[in-house]
Ligand binder design. Sequence first.
Ligand SMILES: [Zn+2]
Length: 283
Amino acid sequence: MMVFTLAAQGQGNTTPLRIIMIGAHPDDCDIDGGGTAILMASMGHAVKFVSVTNGDAGHQSQGGGALAKRRMAEAKEAGKRFGVTYDVLDNHDGELMPSLDVRLQVIRKIREWKADVVIAPRPNDYHPDHRYTGVLVQDAAYMVTVPNVAPDVAPLVKNPVFLYFQDGFQRPNPFRPDIVVDITPVIDKKIHAMAAHESQFFEWLPWIGGYAGEVPKDKSLWEPWLKKKMEREITEDLKKTLDKWYGSGRSASARFVEAFEVCEYGKQPSADDMRNIFPMVGK
Ligand SMILES: [Zn+2]
C-alpha cells in the first residue's frame, strides 16, 4: 500500500532516467542501493546492476566456475525481484585489479546503458575488489565521453552524474551523505530480493563473519532474520539530510535508509537534478 502511494506521488513530475549501479560482487549493489533501486524502478527510471567480478571466491566450500554459475543465477533472480537488469562481468573475485582492460569493460557498460547516473563505491574500503571498483568507475568518468577510447561503443554525449554508495570508512575522509533515501516502505521487498543470493547471506557471509550458528534452520525464517541483521543506526548526520530532502519529521519514522555522495568527477547535479534522480523524496 505504502509503495503504491509513493509510486503514485512520483508520477507525472519525473523525467525517466537511466541509472547504473556498479559493485564488485554479485550482491554489493543489492546491499548498498537495493531499496533505492526498487523505488527508482517503480517510479519510471531504468536501473541496471553490474558486478565487476563473477563472485567465484565467495564461498567456504565451493569455488571456480561452478560457484560463478551459481552466483550468476542468484544475481539474475535478485534482479527480477528488484525490478532491475543484472549483469555479471567475468573477472575473478578477490583478484580484481584497476587495469586498463577492466576500465574499458566498465566504460562500455556505462555507455551501452546510456547512463545518466552511475553509482559505485568510494575507493576507500577494506576489500581490494571494492576499492578497485571505486577506482575503475572513477577512471571511467569523463572517459565515457571520449570517442577515441573504446571506439567500438558510441561515447556518451554528456558526462553522467557519478554518486558513491555509503560506507563507514573514516580515512582519508569520511563518507558525506549528500542525499538520504528512506527505504522503510520497501525494506521487505529489498530483503526478499537480497535473499536470492542464498550462497552469500545464508552460507558464506555467516561463515566468514563467525555467525554461521545464527542462521535459522527453517528457511521460512531466513528473510526476517536477514532483515534484523540489516538494521543499522541512523546517525544524526543521516537524519538531518533525510529531513532536508523530505521535509522535517521524516527522520522520526524512517527505520531503514540508503545514502549517497556526489563524486566530483562527473556532472555536478543541481538540487532539481537530485530531485529528478531521486523522485521518491518529492518536490
Ligand atoms: Zn562485495
